[in-house]
Design a protein around this ligand. Structure first.
Ligand SMILES: [Zn+2]
Ligand SMILES: [Zn+2]
Length: 140
């Protein structure tokens, strides 16, 4: 394997609320984004969702989970893995980005987590929200 390459890489740990389901993410995320779509509002229980993505093999999930697949407005399915005890979603994979696993940034509970560079589905954005930063790409 690529031992020398991987061993110094950052590891971050996301957990569900009760703590039994753990996602260990190796290396920097390839994309951190805010999504304002209505489905992400439902999933997160908030006005918008923030998620980070890594290649599948850089996210290791340990613990018990249930899976649920939802077909989005785009017609593409996304599969969510969540804790059967506390219900928190810890990872999801979407057919629109098939090579990557997404982890909700809130599951890291780390204010030092890299900020989002993308703000998408702004057409359904709550008007009092805004993603700050000069290098943020905004999309409807
Ligand atoms: Zn849990
Ligand atoms: Zn969304």
């Amino acid at each position: 394997m690529v031992e020398g390459h991987r061993q110094d890489m950052t590891k971050r740990t996301a957990t569900c609320r009760c703590g039994q389901l753990i996602a260990t993410c190796t290396g920097e995320p390839i994309r951190v984004s805010v999504c304002h779509c209505r489905a992400c509002q439902k999933r997160s229980g908030s006005a918008f969702a923030v998620q980070a993505r890594w290649p599948h093999d850089q996210v290791e999930l340990t613990g018990a989970f249930h899976e649920w697949t939802r077909v989005g407005e785009s017609g593409k399915p996304a599969t969510f893995r969540f804790c059967p005890t506390c219900g928190a979603t810890l990872t999801f994979a979407s057919a629109s980005m098939p090579d990557f696993t997404a982890v909700p940034v809130g599951a890291f509970a780390d204010p030092a987590f890299p900020p989002p560079r993308f703000s998408v589905y702004e057409e359904s954005m709550h008007p009092w929200t805004r993603v700050k930063g000069e290098d943020v790409e905004h999309r409807d």
